[in-house]
Ligand binder design. Structure first.
Ligand code: C5P
Length: 224
Protein backbone atom coordinates (compact mmCIF):
# COMPACT_ATOMS: atom_id res chain seq x y z
CA UNK A 1 0.00 0.00 0.00
CA UNK A 2 1.07 3.58 -0.67
CA UNK A 3 1.88 5.56 2.50
CA UNK A 4 -0.41 8.57 3.02
CA UNK A 5 2.48 10.64 4.35
CA UNK A 6 1.55 13.72 2.29
CA UNK A 7 -2.09 13.77 3.39
CA UNK A 8 -3.40 17.29 3.97
CA UNK A 9 -0.41 18.92 2.26
CA UNK A 10 -0.43 21.16 -0.80
CA UNK A 11 2.20 20.31 -3.39
CA UNK A 12 3.18 22.28 -6.48
CA UNK A 13 5.14 20.52 -9.22
CA UNK A 14 6.51 22.04 -12.41
CA UNK A 15 7.32 19.92 -15.43
CA UNK A 16 8.37 19.96 -19.05
CA UNK A 17 10.26 22.46 -21.15
CA UNK A 18 9.36 26.07 -21.75
CA UNK A 19 9.01 27.57 -25.23
CA UNK A 20 10.35 31.04 -25.87
CA UNK A 21 8.86 32.55 -29.04
CA UNK A 22 10.98 34.22 -31.68
CA UNK A 23 8.16 34.97 -34.11
CA UNK A 24 4.65 33.55 -34.70
CA UNK A 25 6.01 30.22 -36.00
CA UNK A 26 9.33 29.69 -34.18
CA UNK A 27 10.58 29.19 -30.64
CA UNK A 28 13.61 28.22 -28.56
CA UNK A 29 13.16 25.19 -26.31
CA UNK A 30 14.92 22.09 -24.96
CA UNK A 31 14.61 18.29 -24.89
CA UNK A 32 12.61 17.95 -21.67
CA UNK A 33 9.65 15.53 -22.04
CA UNK A 34 7.96 16.30 -18.71
CA UNK A 35 8.10 12.62 -17.62
CA UNK A 36 9.93 13.22 -14.32
CA UNK A 37 7.59 16.03 -13.23
CA UNK A 38 4.43 14.14 -14.22
CA UNK A 39 5.69 11.08 -12.30
CA UNK A 40 6.23 13.30 -9.23
CA UNK A 41 2.77 14.86 -9.48
CA UNK A 42 1.14 11.43 -9.80
CA UNK A 43 3.13 9.99 -6.89
CA UNK A 44 2.39 12.97 -4.61
CA UNK A 45 -1.34 12.64 -5.31
CA UNK A 46 -1.24 8.90 -4.54
CA UNK A 47 0.42 9.73 -1.20
CA UNK A 48 -2.49 11.95 -0.22
CA UNK A 49 -1.42 15.46 -1.28
CA UNK A 50 -3.46 18.07 -3.10
CA UNK A 51 -1.36 18.57 -6.22
CA UNK A 52 -1.09 21.34 -8.78
CA UNK A 53 1.04 20.65 -11.86
CA UNK A 54 2.29 23.66 -13.80
CA UNK A 55 3.49 22.24 -17.08
CA UNK A 56 5.19 23.47 -20.20
CA UNK A 57 4.26 21.80 -23.51
CA UNK A 58 4.42 18.00 -23.02
CA UNK A 59 2.83 15.06 -24.83
CA UNK A 60 1.75 13.18 -21.73
CA UNK A 61 -1.56 12.21 -20.13
CA UNK A 62 -2.35 14.49 -17.17
CA UNK A 63 -2.20 12.40 -13.96
CA UNK A 64 -5.69 11.70 -12.52
CA UNK A 65 -6.65 13.83 -9.50
CA UNK A 66 -4.05 16.50 -10.24
CA UNK A 67 -4.94 20.13 -11.04
CA UNK A 68 -3.11 20.84 -14.30
CA UNK A 69 -2.17 24.34 -15.41
CA UNK A 70 -0.57 24.66 -18.85
CA UNK A 71 1.95 27.36 -19.70
CA UNK A 72 4.34 28.03 -22.60
CA UNK A 73 7.03 30.48 -21.61
CA UNK A 74 9.26 30.86 -18.56
CA UNK A 75 7.48 34.16 -17.90
CA UNK A 76 4.11 32.41 -17.79
CA UNK A 77 5.54 29.69 -15.54
CA UNK A 78 6.91 32.35 -13.21
CA UNK A 79 3.47 34.00 -12.92
CA UNK A 80 1.68 30.68 -12.33
CA UNK A 81 4.14 29.46 -9.70
CA UNK A 82 4.33 32.76 -7.80
CA UNK A 83 0.53 32.99 -7.78
CA UNK A 84 0.26 29.71 -5.84
CA UNK A 85 3.48 29.69 -3.82
CA UNK A 86 2.17 31.21 -0.58
CA UNK A 87 -0.42 28.47 -0.10
CA UNK A 88 1.76 25.40 -0.74
CA UNK A 89 3.89 23.29 1.59
CA UNK A 90 6.17 21.65 -0.97
CA UNK A 91 7.40 22.84 -4.36
CA UNK A 92 9.23 20.51 -6.73
CA UNK A 93 10.70 22.28 -9.73
CA UNK A 94 11.32 19.52 -12.26
CA UNK A 95 10.71 21.82 -15.25
CA UNK A 96 13.57 22.61 -17.62
CA UNK A 97 13.02 26.35 -17.68
CA UNK A 98 14.75 28.23 -20.49
CA UNK A 99 17.42 30.52 -19.05
CA UNK A 100 17.12 32.96 -21.98
CA UNK A 101 14.42 34.12 -24.40
CA UNK A 102 14.64 36.08 -27.64
CA UNK A 103 14.88 39.72 -26.58
CA UNK A 104 12.38 40.79 -29.19
CA UNK A 105 9.47 38.74 -30.48
CA UNK A 106 8.76 39.60 -34.09
CA UNK A 107 5.02 40.04 -34.75
CA UNK A 108 5.60 38.68 -38.27
CA UNK A 109 7.48 35.63 -39.53
CA UNK A 110 11.15 36.58 -39.87
CA UNK A 111 12.37 36.36 -43.50
CA UNK A 112 15.61 34.75 -44.68
CA UNK A 113 18.33 37.35 -44.90
CA UNK A 114 22.00 36.94 -45.89
CA UNK A 115 24.33 34.12 -44.83
CA UNK A 116 24.26 34.69 -41.09
CA UNK A 117 21.80 36.08 -38.62
CA UNK A 118 22.04 37.18 -35.03
CA UNK A 119 19.45 36.81 -32.33
CA UNK A 120 19.83 38.71 -29.11
CA UNK A 121 18.67 36.85 -26.02
CA UNK A 122 17.41 38.27 -22.75
CA UNK A 123 17.73 36.55 -19.37
CA UNK A 124 14.62 34.89 -17.94
CA UNK A 125 13.82 35.20 -14.24
CA UNK A 126 15.08 32.27 -12.13
CA UNK A 127 11.82 31.04 -10.62
CA UNK A 128 13.39 28.69 -8.10
CA UNK A 129 15.85 31.29 -6.84
CA UNK A 130 12.93 33.67 -6.31
CA UNK A 131 11.05 31.00 -4.34
CA UNK A 132 14.20 30.45 -2.27
CA UNK A 133 14.15 34.13 -1.32
CA UNK A 134 10.44 34.04 -0.37
CA UNK A 135 10.41 30.66 1.36
CA UNK A 136 8.82 30.47 4.83
CA UNK A 137 10.00 28.08 7.56
CA UNK A 138 7.26 25.51 6.89
CA UNK A 139 7.87 25.37 3.13
CA UNK A 140 10.13 22.87 1.39
CA UNK A 141 11.84 23.54 -1.93
CA UNK A 142 13.16 20.81 -4.19
CA UNK A 143 15.16 21.67 -7.30
CA UNK A 144 16.59 19.69 -10.18
CA UNK A 145 19.89 19.98 -11.93
CA UNK A 146 20.73 18.45 -15.29
CA UNK A 147 24.49 18.38 -15.54
CA UNK A 148 27.02 17.16 -18.07
CA UNK A 149 30.11 17.82 -15.93
CA UNK A 150 31.20 18.61 -12.35
CA UNK A 151 27.90 17.24 -11.07
CA UNK A 152 28.59 17.27 -7.34
CA UNK A 153 30.13 20.74 -7.29
CA UNK A 154 27.30 22.25 -9.36
CA UNK A 155 24.65 20.45 -7.30
CA UNK A 156 25.96 21.77 -4.00
CA UNK A 157 26.29 25.28 -5.41
CA UNK A 158 22.62 25.23 -6.48
CA UNK A 159 21.43 23.73 -3.19
CA UNK A 160 22.88 26.55 -1.15
CA UNK A 161 22.79 29.34 -3.76
CA UNK A 162 19.06 28.94 -4.41
CA UNK A 163 18.21 28.18 -0.74
CA UNK A 164 16.81 24.71 -1.54
CA UNK A 165 16.10 21.86 0.86
CA UNK A 166 16.80 19.08 -1.61
CA UNK A 167 18.52 19.02 -4.97
CA UNK A 168 18.07 16.16 -7.42
CA UNK A 169 20.99 15.98 -9.82
CA UNK A 170 21.11 13.88 -12.94
CA UNK A 171 24.08 13.37 -15.18
CA UNK A 172 22.36 13.69 -18.56
CA UNK A 173 25.31 12.05 -20.34
CA UNK A 174 24.72 8.62 -18.69
CA UNK A 175 22.80 5.99 -20.70
CA UNK A 176 19.16 5.82 -19.55
CA UNK A 177 19.32 9.12 -17.67
CA UNK A 178 17.77 12.52 -18.17
CA UNK A 179 15.73 13.98 -21.01
CA UNK A 180 12.95 11.92 -22.57
CA UNK A 181 13.93 8.55 -21.03
CA UNK A 182 11.51 6.52 -18.91
CA UNK A 183 14.39 5.86 -16.54
CA UNK A 184 16.76 8.13 -14.68
CA UNK A 185 19.99 7.98 -12.66
CA UNK A 186 20.00 10.62 -9.92
CA UNK A 187 21.73 11.70 -6.79
CA UNK A 188 19.68 13.43 -4.10
CA UNK A 189 21.60 16.07 -2.11
CA UNK A 190 20.24 17.35 1.22
CA UNK A 191 21.18 20.27 3.47
CA UNK A 192 22.12 17.66 6.09
CA UNK A 193 25.00 16.61 3.83
CA UNK A 194 23.40 13.23 3.07
CA UNK A 195 23.79 12.24 -0.58
CA UNK A 196 21.75 9.33 -1.93
CA UNK A 197 23.19 7.92 -5.15
CA UNK A 198 20.40 5.88 -6.77
CA UNK A 199 20.95 3.27 -9.47
CA UNK A 200 19.21 3.36 -12.86
CA UNK A 201 15.48 3.16 -12.14
CA UNK A 202 12.08 3.98 -13.58
CA UNK A 203 11.07 7.64 -13.16
CA UNK A 204 8.05 6.56 -11.09
CA UNK A 205 10.39 4.92 -8.59
CA UNK A 206 12.74 7.91 -8.62
CA UNK A 207 9.69 10.05 -7.81
CA UNK A 208 8.87 7.82 -4.81
CA UNK A 209 12.45 8.13 -3.53
CA UNK A 210 12.35 11.93 -3.79
CA UNK A 211 9.00 12.05 -1.98
CA UNK A 212 10.28 9.66 0.75
CA UNK A 213 12.97 12.18 1.54
CA UNK A 214 10.69 15.24 1.26
CA UNK A 215 7.98 13.67 3.45
CA UNK A 216 10.51 12.92 6.19
CA UNK A 217 11.75 16.51 6.15
CA UNK A 218 8.19 17.88 6.27
CA UNK A 219 7.33 15.60 9.19
CA UNK A 220 10.41 16.62 11.18
CA UNK A 221 9.52 20.29 10.69
CA UNK A 222 5.94 19.90 11.71
CA UNK A 223 7.03 17.97 14.77
CA UNK A 224 9.51 20.71 15.66
O1 C5P B 1 20.50 26.65 -12.36
P1 C5P B 1 19.66 25.70 -13.09
O2 C5P B 1 18.81 26.32 -14.16
O3 C5P B 1 20.37 24.48 -13.62
O4 C5P B 1 18.69 25.13 -11.96
C1 C5P B 1 17.80 24.14 -12.25
C2 C5P B 1 16.62 24.24 -11.33
O5 C5P B 1 16.14 25.59 -11.30
C3 C5P B 1 15.47 23.39 -11.78
O6 C5P B 1 14.80 22.92 -10.64
C4 C5P B 1 14.64 24.37 -12.59
O7 C5P B 1 13.28 24.00 -12.63
C5 C5P B 1 14.84 25.68 -11.86
N1 C5P B 1 14.82 26.87 -12.70
C6 C5P B 1 13.84 27.83 -12.50
N2 C5P B 1 13.81 28.98 -13.26
C7 C5P B 1 14.75 29.16 -14.22
C8 C5P B 1 15.76 28.22 -14.41
C9 C5P B 1 15.76 27.08 -13.63
O8 C5P B 1 12.98 27.64 -11.64
N3 C5P B 1 14.71 30.27 -14.94
Amino acid sequence: VTPQDLAGLDVLVTAGPTREPLDPVRYLSNRSSGKMGYALARAAFLRGARVRLVTGPAHLMPPPGVEVQRVETAGEMYEAVLQHFDSVDLVIKAAAVADYRPGEVSPQKIKKQGQAMQIELARNPDILAELGRRKKAHQLLVGFAAETNDLEQNALAKLTGKNLDLLVANDVTLPGAGFDHDTNVVRIFGRDGVVEALPLMDKNRVAQKILDRAAKLLQSRQGA
